[in-house]
Write a protein that binds this ligand. Structure first.
Ligand code: DAK
Length: 262
């Protein structure tokens, strides 16, 4: 598939997916969702990709939300389909077996905040802005925003953001736990790549296990979550990466993780 609304490239095991509609501040329409899904297919199939970064083309926006001019003409059934497709796409991102970093370089509003929240964590530039402004349009978040936001920042803060529709800056987003780190705009990409390279050097099996345990364990009780962790721990210990990591430690050398997921 030739992409028109995204750019997808892979270099040294790091996949970079850029939302590429800068004139519309990278707003999401059906075509973006389709191309995003196609790129996720590629990431799933290419075992050489160890980390994925999502960012926005241009210097103004990550994603300014769902494309309002697209949504406004849809019927209720089409809107449900659009919302479900968006939600499924974000579940797919969340379930990728590799780390996914949102590198937020400007506005991340509505669907933009929702996409960033489906990544494993968010790095943002000082000029980034987050929010769920749907209430200002007389609607509500439709790509899982009410659910992921409350899990990340707590119910009361999520209600305040979704009910007022206010935008918050990167500093405030960090204070409430939405964003992991904030950098000056000219350092954001470099710092994101630095972390991506660190992640790419780790064992794939153990990265996937951490992601699974935290992601899937979050919605179950502590005892079931810990039970899940024991199984994953045992699998990691006996995986090629686990053996290599422990042997390297005993031999006082740097580990070289190569293990595949299956
Ligand atoms: N959709 C379409 N076009 C957009 C857009 C968007 N979300 N955001 C910006 N643009 C376009 C503008 O229309 C403008 O286009 P031209 O007029 O140049 O043709 C261009 O991008 C530049 O924007 P501005 O001229 O407005 O730029 P400013 O710097 O003045 O303002 C802004 C930047 C980000 C503050 C402003 O553009 C803005 O407020 N944008 C809308 C942000 C927003 O409300 N986002 C939430 C969208 S609603 C659901 C599924 C999903 C969702 C809901 C339901 N179901 C199916 C149930 C999700 C909803 C959303 O995300």
């Amino acid at each position: 598939m030739n992409y028109e609304t995204i750019i997808f490239e892979v270099q040294d095991g790091i996949g970079v997916l850029k939302f590429n509609r800068p004139k519309a501040l990278n707003a999401i329409n059906e075509q973006v969702l389709q191309e995003l899904n196609d790129a996720i297919d590629k990431v799933e199939k290419d075992s050489s990709i160890r980390v994925l970064i999502l960012t926005g083309e241009g210097d103004k926006a990550f994603v300014a939300g769902a494309d309002i001019s697209h949504m406004v003409n849809l019927t209720p059934l089409q809107l449900r389909g659009f919302s479900r497709k968006g939600q499924e796409t974000l579940f797919r991102l969340e379930r990728l077996p590799i780390p996914v970093i949102a590198c937020v370089n400007g506005y991340a509003l509505g669907g933009g905040t929702e996409i960033a929240m489906a990544c494993d964590f968010i790095y943002a530039s000082e000029n980034a802005k987050f929010g769920q402004p749907e209430i200002n349009l007389g609607i509500i978040p439709g790509f899982g925003g009410t659910q992921r936001l409350s899990r990340l920042v707590g119910k009361a803060m999520a209600k305040e953001l979704c009910m007022t529709g206010k935008m918050i800056d990167a500093k405030e987003a960090k204070e409430i736990g939405l964003v992991n780190q904030v950098f000056p705009p000219d350092k954001l990409w470099e710092e994101t790549m630095k972390t991506a390279r660190v992640l790419a050097s780790k064992g794939k099996v153990s990265l996937k296990a951490v992601k699974d345990c935290i992601e899937r364990g979050f919605d179950v009780d502590l005892r079931d979550g810990c039970y899940m962790e024991s199984d994953a721990f045992a699998l990691c210990m006996t995986s090629p990466d686990g053996k290599e990591g422990m042997t390297a430690f005993l031999e006082k050398r740097k580990p070289e993780f190569k293990g595949e997921l299956e």
